[in-house]
Design a protein around this ligand. Structure first.
Ligand code: ATP
Length: 277
């Protein structure tokens, strides 16, 4: 995708029913959908509009997915960029992109702005800048600070942008600049946890709906036997099973197709042995 253009999607088409295994997070995020559907009502009743929400958790567990679902449920546009897309050596480029991103969201509000890998642009400043030696203080560091400051300005100026929700995602909360975590910038931090067995089953079911799965396939066995598998990996498993089924001329996905797909997606000595042998 282009680096200078935020990806815009008039309607993400993603719904909360596409998200599984993180019910608590979804429950908390319903509030944002209510707000986006009717920002004026919040204003009229005198509820302070939500500013931003920080989604924290390991990769592949649904941070991007749930952000898209908020926009999809509320039928509002979704503006997405990755933190790394703001990191430029040329002074002013990153902050201009931030301004541009928020400006477009405000023009089309209500809207959702989503910045993935927010740690890339909002790394804590201590340790990077060493006042006594000036050692790490170079153009890139300065540019990053300018960019972060612009983001803080946008977040603080949300009264003028009523109807715009900011969602940030990170898997490295510990790296974030404390300025970003100060009250009034993010109202909430929501943990997106890796799924347990029940979550994995629900995720498999969501993705099984999108393909033709034989009713003989017992998804709960896979859910129980694949500890550590994330939503992204489970989605991949269903897709891979479908490919195996097609290759074998099956009209629906069978247990043997799933087993083969698990094998293909499992990186380990056994799999390596086959490849090397
Ligand atoms: P990253 O930090 O890598 O961006 P993420 O947490 O944002 O990870 P997503 O990009 O949302 O993860 O997940 C990738 C894909 O995996 C989704 O589009 C979806 O198909 C599937 N997936 C991940 N988590 C879930 C979930 N909780 N429920 C259903 N599907 C999921």
């Amino acid at each position: 995708h282009s680096k200078s253009q935020a990806r815009v999607d008039g309607s993400t088409g993603v719904k909360f029913s596409d998200v599984a295994g993180i019910d608590d997070a979804v429950e908390e995020l319903q509030e944002l959908v209510r707000y986006l559907k009717n920002p004026e009502l919040f204003d009229k009743i005198g509820i302070k509009p939500p500013h931003g929400v920080l989604l924290e958790g390991p990769p592949g567990c649904g941070k991007t997915l749930v952000a898209k679902a908020i926009a999809g449920e509320a039928h509002v546009p979704f503006y997405q960029m990755a933190g790394s897309e703001f990191v430029e050596v040329l002074v002013g480029v990153g902050s201009a992109r931030i301004r541009d991103l928020f400006m477009r969201a405000k023009v089309n509000k209500p809207a959702v702005v989503f910045v993935d890998e927010i740690d890339a642009l909002a790394t804590r400043r201590q340790g990077i800048f060493n006042e006594s030696t000036n050692y790490f203080y170079n153009a890139a560091t300065q540019e990053r600070e300018t960019t972060l400051n612009q983001l803080l300005i946008e977040l603080d100026g949300f009264d003028t942008g009523k109807g715009v929700i900011f969602l940030g995602a990170t898997n490295r909360m510990d790296l974030l600049d404390p300025a970003l975590l100060r009250p009034g910038r993010f109202d909430r931090k929501i943990r997106i946890r890796p799924p347990g067995a029940k979550g994995r089953l629900d995720i498999l079911k969501v993705h099984a709906r999108k393909v033709k799965m034989s009713p003989t396939v017992d998804l709960s066995t896979y859910a129980q036997n694949l500890p550590g598998w994330t939503g992204a990996k489970l989605a991949q498993l269903v897709q891979e099973s479908a490919l195996v089924a097609v290759r074998r001329g099956h009209e629906s996905i069978l247990q043997s197709d799933m087993d083969d797909a698990v094998d293909r997606l499992t990186v380990g000595p056994k799999r390596l042995g086959i490849e090397l042998g």
